[in-house]
Design a protein around this ligand. Structure first.
Ligand SMILES: Cc1cc2nc3c(=O)[nH]c(=O)nc-3n(C[C@H](O)[C@H](O)[C@H](O)COP(=O)(O)OP(=O)(O)OC[C@H]3O[C@@H](n4cnc5c(N)ncnc54)[C@H](O)[C@@H]3O)c2cc1C
Length: 287
């Protein structure tokens, strides 16, 4: 399988990449790791006439510790997230989630910017980015703007990014003290994509009362989303196994869980309940 012919560009600056996007419009596609785009091109589901490679754009493949937040460049690979000491220490949820993606080859090449911009409904990082309430920076011909993670994922393979914008970085607030987190994934045995993936963060106040619970889910429905009803069932209550069990038992209610080749709607709803319970239990235990 070969992709349709295309012209390859490797601009040396962000400004040049944006100018090329403006020049070629709908005929152009950015490429980062290529691990989602190239398979689609080989299958001819997409046939861009111009590929704009971000590999030579400086300053977008690094992890910056800014104290109360960590800023991650779009071309940071999953392997870099997984191995980052800063993330393991300050935002372990992100390192753990990245470590669950595919296999070492995929993690060495795939990037966080590519994963978020691609918005596969079974991708892992969107669930964590939602739970962490990160902000995404997009730069285009009219300048730079910040998109809250909650507004970023619009639908299957669709985001709030404009076709002329480059996702440059993701700002992730460090969870407050007394927080614990976990990513629980039930992976497809062949593709390793999530049939269900749940990212959970629990922040405790005094007396083990849950000050804030944040839960992101992927694999179910058209896009990753927050589980607001589970969060509400936990917030302000004293954390214990019984509370977590009760909140998780309702996790699938209101979710658009469709049956497909991976399993029936009932099977997926069961997986949602199990993965939410496991993610919350581990998050609580790690506070
Ligand atoms: C065998 C295999 C297994 C996989 N398993 C998993 C898994 O278990 N979990 C998981 O989450 N993912 C999985 N993936 C997907 C992998 O994580 C991809 O690398 C990732 O989704 C896309 O990142 P990329 O850098 O390769 O993006 P690319 O393929 O280069 O680009 C993907 C899309 O994003 C756009 N894009 C890329 N960078 C930017 C940017 N900076 N700004 C704006 N648009 C941009 C491109 O134009 C394209 O439309 C798997 C992939 C393969 C091949």
């Amino acid at each position: 399988m070969y992709p349709a012919p295309f012209e390859y560009h490797a601009p040396g600056s962000l400004e040049d990449a944006i100018a090329l996007l403006g020049e070629y419009g709908e005929e152009a596609k950015l490429i980062a790791g290529g691990h989602s785009l190239l398979p689609l091109m080989k299958l001819r589901f997409t046939q861009p006439a111009h590929l704009i490679d971000l590999r030579n754009v400086p300053g977008i493949a690094e992890i910056r510790d800014e104290g109360s937040s960590v800023v991650i460049g779009a071309r940071t690979t999953h392997a870099m997230l997984e191995a980052s000491g800063v993330l393991q220490r300050k935002i372990p949820l992100l390192a753990e989630t990245a470590g669950c993606i595919g296999d070492p080859l995929v993690r060495n090449v795939g990037t966080i910017g590519g994963s978020l911009a691609h918005a596969d409904p079974g991708a892992d990082l969107p669930a964590a980015i939602l739970a962490l309430e990160a902000e995404i920076t997009a730069v285009g011909p009219r300048g730079s703007r910040t998109i809250p993670a909650g507004d970023f994922f619009v639908g299957t393979l669709t985001t709030a990014l404009d076709a002329t914008e480059v996702l440059t970085e993701i700002r992730v607030p460090v969870p407050p003290g007394q927080s614990g987190s976990a990513y629980e994934k039930f992976a497809h045995p062949a593709s390793r994509y999530a049939i269900v993936g749940v990212a959970a963060i629990i922040t405790l106040g005094s007396g083990a009362v849950i000050q804030q619970a944040r839960v992101g889910i992927t694999g179910v429905g058209a896009r990753a989303t927050r589980l607001a009803s589970v969060e509400q069932a936990l917030n302000g209550k004293r954390a214990d196994d019984g509370l977590i069990r009760e909140a998780a038992s309702h996790a699938a209610e209101g979710l658009e869980s469709r049956g497909d080749l991976q399993g029936s709607a009932e099977y997926k709803a069961h997986l949602v309940r199990v993965c939410v319970r496991k993610a919350l239990s581990r998050a609580f235990a790690s506070v």
